[in-house]
Design a protein around this ligand. Sequence first.
Ligand code: ATP
Ligand code: NCN
Length: 216
Amino acid sequence: MHVIYGGTFDPIHHGHLRLALEIADALSVTKVHLVPCHIPPHRGSTGASSEQRLELIRMAIEDEPRLRVDDRELRRAGASYTADTLRQLRQELGPDEPLVMVVGTDAFAAFDRWREWADMPGLAHIVVVKRPGADLPVGSEAARLVRERRADGPEALSSAPCGAVLELDPPLLDISATGIRQRIADGRSPRYLTPDSVWQRIQALGLYGACPAGNF
Ligand SMILES: Nc1ncnc2c1ncn2[C@@H]1O[C@H](COP(=O)(O)OP(=O)(O)OP(=O)(O)O)[C@@H](O)[C@H]1O
Ligand SMILES: O=C(O)c1ccc[n+]([C@@H]2O[C@H](COP(=O)([O-])O)[C@@H](O)[C@H]2O)c1
């Protein structure tokens, strides 16, 4: 089973990292592949460049063998559409290997505005992670997909290459990249919200308004 977890990761933080390990445990897989967007199709410009966000992810996961980064979206020009990523992966994995895409309810709520969203269940399974305060809107396509394609448990994902939607409700950390960027811009430290190596590199690069000679 091949599991991908996509995001803007601007920057990566312990909320993302904990979720990735919760997913590895819940799905009993030895690897979760983080897939940073190059150009997010759905929001404005990022605070750090694609290469900087990728570098921060590499630093964050370097001592965790279960986490990998897949930089394929940075190697594609233009907006990073998930449908393109899933098609590429499906071609590489062949028709029978289960492919799983992980997404939080905050992002999944607007799923019907993703490009070619209706094709995605034919390419991958979707694991929808419940985020506090981000319920799927009643009557939305996202809610309908969860209802109509519901997997009873993680085992269901191994028995088919794609097409099921599994809801998971793991313990999550209440951390957002927006909050980290805001703290840094305000001159406050985001220590313990993101790995120390990431914060040190953010400072060295002066990202998000960080002062290179600032306090740790
Ligand atoms: N604290 C968290 N715990 C679990 N999942 C998270 C957390 N923060 C974000 N995610 C999920 O990670 C994916 C990528 O999120 P993203 O990179 O946008 O992070 P973010 O912290 O929400 O960023 P921003 O504040 O810039 O929107 C999404 O599927 C989102 O639901
Ligand atoms: O393909 C799309 O049209 C699309 C639209 C919105 C979001 N996504 C993907 O959803 C994932 C989570 O997005 P975000 O904003 O929470 O970082 C990330 O991998 C995005 O590329 C994809």
